[in-house]
Design a protein around this ligand. Structure first.
Ligand SMILES: NC(=O)c1ccc[n+]([C@@H]2O[C@H](COP(=O)([O-])OP(=O)(O)OC[C@H]3O[C@@H](n4cnc5c(N)ncnc54)[C@H](O)[C@@H]3O)[C@@H](O)[C@H]2O)c1
Length: 260
């Protein structure tokens, strides 16, 4: 029997975070590394990933970076090969990268869907397939898909006010698809002990228009936007053995936004 603390440990685990240098990605990576994982930051901007890896290493955490373009199949295969060459295992895949395209509904082009689908559909599928192939050999693994509240509910356009911000429709389409993909993975891969779950975060506060931040907070039961630490507990839970009997679920980390 292991105690509850041990079950949250990621010691010895190799965790890949796509889009690892992005807004949420770096906090996801940090949370995993703080719990003992070796984190691999993989995104199109290799320099940004290297900077985050160096920052984590400066705190005594284990991380390395590799360029990954989810629109390029060779690049995805190279990441899998490098992971296997260095570690011989992949324990956790966090599908966090996202390609955004489109704008207001009437300004969005059909080609915006093709661009997002290439990364958020085809690329998401291939990296998951290649990592899952390695996981099933070891009969263990955790896949965590970073979806969104807008894969669950329609955007509340009122919070954007005059800020010029919006949620483009391809984003909502892809995030809804990601949640269906998560359930499919859970039922397909469960026979090998490989789990798949989603996290649907709410908006992370950065340097947005203050009127937007205020409107967003008012709309949210916990009365604020998300902060960087809010994603850490949920990601560690789903990545680790603490959630050993959890698969196919969507964990809303949204301050109650989707509870309304
Ligand atoms: N920021 C938020 O408020 C928010 C809210 C809800 C959900 N999310 C979700 O969280 C995740 C991260 O969002 P974010 O806002 O931190 O993103 P971000 O825009 O800050 O970062 C996106 C990352 O994806 C990478 N990326 C884009 N295209 C790529 C490609 N072709 N190949 C490889 N990497 C690529 C970028 O390099 C970057 O590292 C996304 O899945 C997003 O849907 C974010």
């Amino acid at each position: 029997m292991t105690d509850a603390t041990t079950r949250f440990s990621l010691d010895g685990r190799v965790c890949v975070v796509t889009g690892g240098a992005g807004l949420y990605g770096r906090w996801i990576a940090q949370g995993l590394a703080e719990h003992g994982a070796t984190v691999v930051l993989a995104a199109r901007n290799a320099e940004a990933c290297e900077a985050v890896a160096a920052e984590l290493a400066s705190h005594g955490l284990r991380a390395w970076a590799q360029r990954l373009d989810l629109a390029d199949e060779d690049s995805i295969r190279e990441l899998r090969d490098e992971l296997m060459r260095r570690h011989g295992r992949i324990d956790v895949l966090v599908n966090n990268a996202v390609h955004r395209a489109g704008g207001d509904f009437f300004a969005t082009e059909p080609s915006d869907f093709a661009a997002t689908h290439r990364v958020n559909g085809e690329g998401l599928f291939l990296i998951t397939q290649l990592c899952a192939e390695q996981m099933i050999h070891r009969r263990a693994g955790s896949i965590v898909n970073i979806a969104s509240i807008y894969g669950v509910v329609g955007p509340d356009f009122g919070v954007y006010g005059d800020s010029g911000m919006t949620t483009p429709v391809p984003y909502a389409y892809d995030k809804g698809g990601m949640l269906a993909f998560t359930r499919y993975l859970a039922t397909y891969l469960g026979r090998w002990g490989v789990r798949a779950n989603a996290i649907s975060p709410g908006g992370l506060q950065t340097d947005q228009d203050p009127a937007f931040v205020e409107a967003y907070a008012q709309r949210t039961p916990l009365a604020r936007m998300a902060g960087p630490e809010d994603i850490k507990g949920p990601i560690v839970f789903l990545a680790s053995d603490a959630s050993a009997y959890v698969t196919g679920t969507n964990l809303a980390v949204d301050g109650g936004w989707t509870a309304r």
